[in-house]
Design a protein around this ligand. Structure first.
Ligand code: ITT
Length: 167
């Protein structure tokens, strides 16, 4: 199958590549059509869906995959959240949620100032491009789970549901 991923972020492309390991996969830049920093589950999920559809509508492929990270708040606690979507040329759309883990309370003020989580993480971890490597998930799990591994789980949920829908 020819699969397009709506991102050039290596953490996302590598996650798709390790699940769809017999397929032809390519990452392309597409707009998420949501804020650069999604701040709810709804917005993060919508960004993943928009990316997946955009892949299918922009180029010839069997499947488009959108993966999106964001933040959300539950009972005053800030979390990093993750969503994935798979769109197929026949009009099928499949979605799946990924892991959420809590973020430090002082991140909310930085987000309110307009900073994106990727930049906040680089400053916090004193590293570069955390969003393309271990991710917030990696930093705050002491690197037990990387952003790629977290997205691998999301992509497995998408692939499994897609296979089920094709039976
Ligand atoms: O190149 P794209 O595909 O846009 O990847 P991205 O990581 O920049 O963009 P996302 O849309 O997935 O995430 C929205 C924002 O949240 C940040 N973000 C989300 N999850 C993150 C994580 O685990 N670690 C660091 N930053 C994260 C990200 O860097 C962006 O600033």
């Amino acid at each position: 199958m020819k699969i397009l991923i709506g991102s050039k972020n290596p953490a996302k492309i590598d996650a798709v590549g390790s699940v769809f390991n017999n397929d032809n996969i390519t990452g392309i830049e597409v707009p998420s059509q949501v804020s650069a920093q999604p701040v709810t589950d709804e917005e993060t999920r919508r960004g993943a869906i928009n990316r997946a559809w955009r892949c299918v509508s922009e180029s010839t492929c069997d499947i488009g995959i959108g993966l999106e990270g964001g933040v959300m708040t539950l009972d005053g606690q800030l979390y990093v959240t993750n969503w994935g979507a798979l769109a197929s040329y026949d009009g099928t759309i499949i979605t799946a949620g990924g892991a959420r883990i809590q973020l430090p309370h002082n991140f909310s003020a930085k987000l309110n100032q307009g900073l994106e989580l990727g930049d906040i993480m680089d400053e916090y971890a004193k590293r570069q491009d955390v969003r393309k490597k271990e991710g917030a998930i990696g930093i705050f799990t002491n690197e037990l789970i990387s952003r790629k591994e977290m997205f691998v789980h999301v992509v497995k949920l998408l692939k499994g549901q897609y296979n089920f829908s094709q039976k």
